[in-house]
Design a protein around this ligand. Sequence first.
Ligand SMILES: [Zn+2]
Length: 362
Amino acid sequence: MAPGSQAMHLRGVLLPAGEPGELWVTDGLICSDPVPGASTVVDGGYVLPGLVDAHCHVGIGPQGPASLAEAAEQAAIDRDAGTLLIRDCGVPTDTRPLQSRDDLPRIIRAGRHLARPKRYIPTIGVELDEPGLLAQAVQEQAAAGDGWVKLVGDWIDRSIGDLAPLWPDDVLVEAIAAAHAAGARVTAHVFGEDALPGLIAAGIDCIEHGTGLSADTITEMAARGTALVPTLINIETFPAIADGAGKYPRYAAHMRALHAGLRDAVGSAIEAGVPVYAGSDAGGGIRHGRLVDEIVALRTVGLDGTRALAAASWAARDWLDVPGLVPGAPADLLVTRTDPRLDPNTLRDPALLLLRGRAWAR
Ligand SMILES: [Zn+2]
């Protein structure tokens, strides 16, 4: 045991099982057997695996690329809000040094966004001059990341004044196969309708945002098990994006229509059985530390309280191959005073937050 780290005993309702139980923490790890000398730090409440933000940009700030110091501050804000595992969804900053910091959430990195010139936020992504370079670029990002690669699937094409796909279908087939051969999964930013069929048919593992989902693409995702991270609190910014896009009236109208159809698109995907996970999209327009707002939002589009919480905790951990409250797993957990399945707002003021077995106060 590290100097000064006292073994702990926790007793409460353990999630996801939902039954009263107890566990111990020693050397930063969860233990199901009593540890001699452990002090009881929790007696009552709800014990759940630490929250997971499945779409978060530790390394992007309101002005674009963040310094490593700024990225560390962002990660600390997420930690204090209960996020103990982050699936980074593309950043320009190399955040590998943060992964050895015991005080920051675990980060599963995706490397840099893969885009084309003038087809994403400037300075953020790798801009490929030719779409045919995608498979090679995917291999490079797969080698540099932690098992995920992020594509920009669609973006405004100023020459037509509307959202349009970045990649031809055959390029996507080759690129996604290259990622899978390298052991990486692929996800894509997609706002509109047209990029979705090609990405899903090429075997993409996840869709980010997904506001342009239709009955057909939902059916295909459900059949394939393609995941969806809708980032609902970011979609709320679509009307403001449209307001700022006066030069492109078609694009502005399209963004407003996607916003208006959000509940239908994401709600239908949930109903069809598409696996949905919670992502805040913190980093650019969205500030860090807002994951609980996304859990609250997921309940408004059709996820019940247990599934909305699972989407930001144990189900997301399963999906990302990171353990929850099992013996030998790192003690990354929260204890809430009331049932977070009934009201996720209780997550905003946890009785205890342990990261690697160390307690953090907000
Ligand atoms: Zn994002």
